[in-house]
Design a protein around this ligand. Structure first.
Ligand SMILES: [Zn+2]
Length: 262
């Protein structure tokens, strides 16, 4: 009981700290609290530790050389401060698997939990570290170099970061939960695959807008003080939706393969 009270206090403190260092907005801090609570209730302190690895490293890489990334914020819908939609897009699936695990202690749910986190970590490391690449990224639809921050573009640095991001969650998860080596491999591969799916959806389905004033292509709904017009993408497919769907698909595919191999 004392442990539970202490841990809930730690979750609250983490949300407040995230807000104070501008990693989270008010709604983002509230969402992070809910995700933390769900993970602790379902998967316990070990699960919370794994979520903490994702949260701490993502915040670190977001703030790392943030001055160099400032021009990028013109293109992206949102800056480094995460709101509730971004928090749920990245941590929502892990929270859902945790709640399910609370009721059914099945190892496939633990696998889904770890893959969703590995996918979120892989994707965040890829975009935050990849944006520091010296060369412009290559857009996967045309194989031409495009501006940094374009969704659906890849760089060598970003892809390496994506592999390491997935590997980190796979290894720490393996040490914490001691699953079979197959689970370690699946978390790594499908965590990375989550980032690949994110890139594909980003290139083919994600909404892109253009500013009517200055002409910049951006994910923002407003630029130069007026609404932008949509030039690409399908309904509801913003960056948060793409993040959420890629984590969801990666986890489902990992579970399907695990059930086939078992
Ligand atoms: Zn503009």
């Amino acid at each position: 009981m004392i442990e539970a009270v202490l841990i809930v206090a730690v979750i609250i403190m983490t949300g407040i700290t995230g807000y104070r260092v501008k990693s989270l907005t008010t709604s983002g801090a509230a969402a992070a609290f809910l995700v933390g609570l769900a993970v602790y209730a379902g998967v316990g302190a070990k699960g919370l530790f794994l979520l903490g690895i994702f949260f701490a490293t993502s915040s670190f890489w977001s703030n790392y050389k943030s001055a160099a990334k400032r021009t990028l914020e013109e293109k992206l819908a949102k800056g480094a401060t995460r709101d509730w939609r971004q928090v749920f897009a990245n941590g929502g699936m892990a929270a859902v698997f945790s709640i399910l695990y609370l009721f059914y202690q099945d190892s496939i749910l633990l696998l889904g939990f770890m893959v969703s986190l590995a996918s979120a970590n892989s994707d965040t490391w890829a975009s935050e570290i990849g944006s520091l690449s010296k060369r412009a990224p290559i857009y996967i639809r045309t194989f031409k170099r495009v501006d940094k921050g374009t969704s659906g573009a890849v760089s060598m640095l970003g892809s390496t970061a994506a592999l390491l991001g997935a590997l980190t969650i796979a290894v720490v998860g393996f040490l914490l939960f001691k699953p079979t080596p197959l689970v370690l491999v699946l978390v790594f591969i499908f965590g990375y695959l989550g980032n690949v799916i994110d890139t594909l959806f980003g290139a083919f389905y994600q909404q892109v807008y253009a500013c009517r004033q200055c002409g910049i292509e951006t994910e923002k709904r407003f630029h130069c003080g007026q609404p932008t017009s949509q030039i690409k993408g399908i309904l509801l497919m913003d960056n948060d939706m793409v993040n959420f769907l890629s984590g969801f698909l990666a986890a489902m595919l990992a579970i399907a393969l695990y059930l086939i191999l078992l």
